[in-house]
Design a protein around this ligand. Sequence first.
Ligand code: PHE
Length: 463
Amino acid sequence: MDQDKQSSTPNAATGTSRDGFTSSFGVLAATLGSAVGLGNIWKFPYLTGTNGGASFLVVYIIATLLVGLPVMISEIMLGRKAKADAVTTFQKLAPAGQPWWLISASGVLAAFLIIAFYSEVAAWVFAYVFKAIGGAILSSDPKVTSAAFKTLISDPVQALLWQWLVLLLIGGILLLGVAKGIEAVTKKLMPLLFVLLLVVAVRSLMLPGAMKGVEFLLAPDFSRLSAGVVLTAVGLAFFKLSIGMGTMMTYGSYFRDNQNIPTTTLRVMGADLFVSMLAGLAIFPAVFAFGFAPGAGPSLLFITIPAVFASMPLGHVFMVVFFVLAAIASTGALLSLLEVPVSVMSGRLGISRKRATVINLLVLALIGSGCALSNSTLSGFTLFGKTLFDLFDFLTSNILLPLGGIFICLFVGYVWGLARLKQALSNEGALENGRLVRVLFVLVRFVSPLLILVVMLRGLGVL
Ligand code: PHE
């Protein structure tokens, strides 16, 4: 593996140096930092819990291979080729006059909507680190932990303050830049996250009765599957891999020219799946061992898990460790989310990174408040029967990201073409991966877009 350092990539258009990732490990840490997040630690466990366990997992894995992998490779490739923000990337690469940049514009919108609700879940996680340390959520009675959670989310002041704190933290790191901010921070945090998660998973697996949880995660019951469940699994694949909205395109623009894109993508996908499985193995064995139900929904992490930890010896320590690792995971993902609008704004309007970050944070504090207050002041405010929090979550995972994925596939399959795909993914002929590229080409041209479309239409009840 190539570990040599390379300073920022020269920008052909402007002649200036562009900030970017500086080492192979840095690329991996940052990209994985984006993929691994509350999607793995909060969404994956609760969705697996409510949708039948192993059968959901199987569909999810198929979705990551047939849809996730091609879209992720395509995005990173386009970003590296253009070495620009997500909107400019399409303007540079698409034939003049064709509006492919709309994909990225929808991506910027998706980034805003995701950050709005994601930063609130991260806010709860950060608050829980302190509550866990202080022992405030240390009770094996779910009624007590449920009351503690409700107190937190229904207090508008706490909900807003924690969210703004999280936004400030992320903004502060982004201000340091791509190499000194995103790369430096994720390089330190990702290894730590793995170690902490491994510790909690081993602890959970050692509990008497843990095997029931393992079985739940590994023995499929396909009678639980429906079109809606399949769409949820596909949506989760998009969300978990940070694809369909320009995040991976933006990070791709920071990739080094000699980075092997397909291999890196496969590694990130594998590691992301591994983290989800570890999170599942940290949570379900303990849930079953203490007689809790796996299908608690979004509050699984905040009501069931504290009660589970409080039931086990040394639970206090493991609970703190668990919420620290969840906070770490959310940080890497939020950095990559905010980087999308920040890079578009500074790249296109020619304003400084600092200014772009501050402006975006202000806008986000405003939109985010709508989600932060979804459980208190604005709980009665619903659109299409959903609070803003639920609406933004549903809209992004089930509609915006899959749609983005379809168009990215179509662009690569029909506009970009096989010759350029080969050239870009072989690093101008330096790598021998012709067969893989041909398989990928068939996927992006026919299989992936059609599959996403059918799943989407059926899942939404249109077909
Ligand atoms: N992949 C992140 C997670 O699993 C969330 C995310 C979605 C990040 C989209 C960037 C873009 O938590």
